[in-house]
Design a protein around this ligand. Structure first.
Ligand code: C5P
Length: 433
């Protein structure tokens, strides 16, 4: 593997190593991080030291390896808070079922877990265990819980396991972990701010549409689609972390944002969604249209449940719904940023550029419906940002990272627009503003 010696230059990585047979791979991981220019510090659990000597990891990382709160000599204390603040990223590889369960439940029986709990940096878990342990609902739930805290997970890989069984449970290969980390810093951290630390949207209002719409046929039936609202909800959560006041206009879905700070306006139909957007859009500095709005609704909704007529076909007349993004886009002021989405199967860029203009958006986030890992219900997305200046393709990323990248674009453009406004106003004009 060829490693660009500068790709992690200046980055501080805190590697947590726990007691799995795959702990031997952490030596290679340290070597790869150091070769890529990162500064690496290692914390290991007592159990990990049965699988790999601390001396190997301290030699490769050029730093002392820590494993307990107290130092052997001098009775000094290893400050877990300091370590957690020092790091740009905490990587736990390998992470055993025991450590995952402790972290998911806030337990801190050792230095590694205490550091995890006090770390303010992003955290990525790289689990390693036997296939049945990995598939057990307890492990699955623990990983989901950690993700719900905003942590990342690099899934275990499939292959031969130490038990002699074969299946999913192997620690991700160190090269794959390095790739993930490089992408993370390139896309998520340098293009988008780190959630929780950057406050770029303080004092700003962000309005987001998300989820499907349901268009009633009669009191018990509707026309809908498979949207879950995940992408829009991820953006709502990410925007609150950046300090924004967030209004989420949400179609019918069982998902909700994690942050209680998000104001959720629940709607059913496209017409309801438009009405809510019209109520809030003028207050918003950033409007993001992520909803999968039904293009058509039923011309006349039956007041009573429609009864089947035996042997007869049944036709419904549909009329076009309003285009919410276009309607609000047409009212866009020079101090507002508006972003739409496009899910296409062909002529991707051309269609996205058409929508950019037709809906008066500043950016279209383009999804290729045919790509694996993108689209409805998935936790990941592969998107291309399309603006009037061209297009930028992002790699496969968790929806939370895509959300950060979109908001980073929005806050940068908003700042530019606001600065331009200030420049074009003369001093007397500013005094009366
Ligand atoms: O034209 P198309 O449906 O592909 O455009 C997708 C974009 O327009 C998305 O941002 C979607 O939320 C928005 N849209 C809307 N109202 C509609 C249809 C689409 O806001 N009726």
């Amino acid at each position: 593997m060829v490693i660009d010696a500068q790709s992690l230059a200046g980055k501080r990585i805190l590697l947590g190593v726990t007691g799995s047979i795959s702990a031997y791979k952490s030596a290679l991981l340290v070597r790869l991080f150091v070769k890529a220019g990162a500064e690496v510090r290692v914390i290991m659990t007592e159990a990990a030291s049965h699988f790999i000597p601390a001396l190997t990891l301290s030699t490769l990382s050029h730093n002392e390896v820590l494993s307990s709160f107290e130092r052997a000599e001098g009775g000094l204390w290893n400050n877990h808070v300091e370590l957690g603040l020092w790091a740009d990223l905490m990587v736990i590889a390998p992470a055993t079922a025991q450590t995952l369960a402790s972290a998911a439940n806030g337990l801190c029986p050792n230095l590694l877990l205490a550091t995890y709990l006090s770390a303010r940096c992003p955290v990525v878990w790289c689990p390693a265990m036997d296939l049945d342990m990995y598939a057990h609902p307890a492990t699955v739930q623990n990983l989901e819980r950690l993700q719900s805290f905003g942590n990342h997970v690099i899934e275990a890989e499939s292959g031969e396991l130490a038990s002699g069984l074969s299946g999913q449970g192997r620690l991700a290969e160190p090269e794959h972990i390095l790739d993930w980390v490089r992408h993370f810093f390139n896309v998520a951290s340098s293009k988008a701010p780190t959630v929780g630390l950057n406050q770029d949207l303080v004092g700003k209002t962000v309005m987001i549409t998300a989820g499907p719409t349901h268009e009633a046929i009669d009191p018990v039936r509707f026309i809908g689609n498979h949207s879950t609202g995940k992408m829009g909800i991820a953006m709502a959560d990410a925007a609150t972390h950046l300090g924004a006041r967030v209004i989420l206009v949400l179609g019918p879905t069982h998902l909700r944002p994690q942050s209680e700070k998000v104001s959720v306006i629940l709607v059913q139909s496209a017409q309801d969604m438009l009405a809510a957007c019209q109520q809030y859009a003028h207050e918003a500095h950033v409007c993001i249209f992520a909803a999968a709005v039904a293009d058509y609704r039923v011309a006349t909704v039956a007041e009573q449940k429609i009864k089947k007529q035996s042997g007869e076909d049944f036709a419904i007349t549909l009329v076009q719904n309003p285009d919410i993004a276009k309607t609000i886009g047409n009212t866009k002021r020079s101090d507002q940023v508006m972003i739409g989405f496009a899910l296409e199967t062909e002529n991707l860029l051309a269609y996205a550029q058409g929508k950019l203009r037709a809906k008066n958006m500043d950016m279209i986030v383009l999804n290729d419906a045919k790509q694996q890992g993108a689209g409805f219900g998935a936790d990941t997305n592969i998107v291309t940002f399309v603006t009037e200046n061209g297009s930028t393709e992002l790699p496969l990323l968790p929806k939370s990272e895509v959300a950060n990248a979109i908001l980073d674009f929005a806050s940068r453009l908003l700042n530019t627009k606001l600065a331009t406004q200030l420049e074009t106003h003369t001093l007397p004009q500013l005094l009366v503003l």
